[in-house]
Design a protein around this ligand. Structure first.
Ligand SMILES: Cc1cc2nc3c(=O)[nH]c(=O)nc-3n(C[C@H](O)[C@H](O)[C@H](O)COP(=O)(O)O)c2cc1C
Length: 201
């Protein structure tokens, strides 16, 4: 087992390298990742979201705070992220786990402002994960918000923001023939000291 202060940077750089390889390899969407959450009564749930930024502080995606994942993460701010890139090398899986925080307002506003207007209006019109009686109801809500914001910039809805999964645990799984897969785990202890080790496949 190795312990050095540079291991966080090494782990992040490894992610960045594989992410770029996924893009070059033509993965349909390298930013698509599964995010798993758990409710306070320990019920897990998972869904796909898109990775919008990543750095040493963690991995950011955007969502509504009132949907199921938003509610889970406010009650139990821990998440797991999962990427699978079958076209990279002989197949790569990256598993990330960590505590979750809401990004700052300025960061969320800047990202929201960069989205196409249609997506901005959709964020206002959707009551994410609530029951929808019929598609027409959503279309009516969309028409209402279109009218409401007509001729002006669409501001970020107050309950729509970014969530950052901090890097506390990251495992790289590299496929290999005959199930001789290679697994490297980087993890931080409670004091924030990083270590790196190999795992049996
Ligand atoms: C490819 C793909 C990308 C998605 N990206 C996002 C995203 O970035 N943010 C988001 O809130 N939902 C995204 N969704 C929808 C989620 O999978 C999910 O249906 C929604 O967020 C509600 O989840 P919840 O009820 O667990 O909160 C995406 C779905 C797919 C299939």
């Amino acid at each position: 087992m190795t312990t050095t202060p540079d291991l966080l940077a090494e782990a992040h750089a490894t992610f960045a390298q594989l992410f770029e390889e996924a893009r070059v390899a033509g993965e349909p969407d390298p930013t698509a990742m599964t995010v798993a959450t758990a409710s306070l009564d320990a019920r897990p749930s998972a869904r796909t979201v898109l990775l919008k930024s990543h750095d040493l502080r963690g991995f950011v995606f955007y969502t509504h705070l009132d949907g199921r994942k938003g509610r889970d993460l406010q009650a139990n701010p821990h998440a797991a992220l999962l990427f699978h890139w079958p076209r990279v090398r002989e197949g790569v899986q990256v598993r990330i786990e960590g505590g979750v925080e809401i990004v700052g307002d300025a960061e969320a506003d800047a990202y929201f402002a960069s989205r196409p207007r249609g997506s901005q209006l959709g964020a206002w019109a959707s009551k994410q994960s609530e029951t929808l009686e019929g598609r027409e109801t959503f279309e009516q809500r969309l028409a209402q918000v279109e009218q409401e914001f007509s001729g002006r910039d669409v501001p970020r809805p107050p309950r729509w923001t970014g969530l950052r999964v901090r890097l506390q645990h990251i495992e790289f799984w590299y496929g290999a023939q005959f199930r001789l897969h290679e697994r490297w785990l980087y993890e931080s202890d409670l004091a924030g000291d990083w270590s790196k080790r190999m795992l049996y496949p």
